[in-house]
Ligand binder design. Sequence first.
Ligand SMILES: CC(C)(COP(=O)(O)OP(=O)(O)OC[C@H]1O[C@@H](n2cnc3c(N)ncnc32)[C@H](O)[C@@H]1OP(=O)(O)O)[C@@H](O)C(=O)NCCC(=O)NCCS
Length: 169
Amino acid sequence: MNLHKCTIDNISDLISIGRETYYDTFYAMNSAETMQKYLDEAFDQKKIESELKNPKSSFYLLYDGDSPAAYMKVNLPPAQSDLNDRDSLELERIYVKKEYKGRGFGRQLLEQAISIAKEEKCRYLWLGVWEKNEKALEFYTKMGFVKFGSHSFRMGDEIQNDFVMKITL
Ligand SMILES: CC(C)(COP(=O)(O)OP(=O)(O)OC[C@H]1O[C@@H](n2cnc3c(N)ncnc32)[C@H](O)[C@@H]1OP(=O)(O)O)[C@@H](O)C(=O)NCCC(=O)NCCS
């Protein structure tokens, strides 16, 4: 397993794993129309390109040989989706392909996020997680995150409620 900090050269792998893992995680609990709209907006080539070029955002891919197995995205202010507290790092995305789940890759990515947060002298790492994503809520709770608020999240034309959780460093 090889942890790689992404550059523009990784854009096609990021779009492909991003679409696949988002679909696999949420298709059963959302309409096909909502899903399609979100995938087209969130993983648009130009959008991901501009996120990759943003110096306050970083993407990491875990490769199994040449195959992307998992990825994450972290943001410092002002690139965060909310809060933008200068003492914080946001873990905006953490996704493991279904065939690689339960093998420690989520933990490895989370440890990398914590290490980046410490290097950046952040006081805490935070994230938003859909209130209905029970498996992710269990994972985050197991890893030490605690809920400290909520915010809305737009998926397609739907407004959903996210719990906001953090680990104090
Ligand atoms: C949530 C996710 C990132 C976890 O990654 P993973 O690689 O499957 O998890 P790991 O194998 O690293 O597990 C780390 C620890 O968490 C535990 N864990 C993982 N999922 C769990 C769950 N649903 N409930 C309880 N514990 C869980 C593991 O047992 C492991 O504990 P251990 O180290 O004591 O054995 C991954 O399952 C995933 O991509 N899910 C779908 C996408 C998603 O929902 N992302 C979050 C969006 S906000």
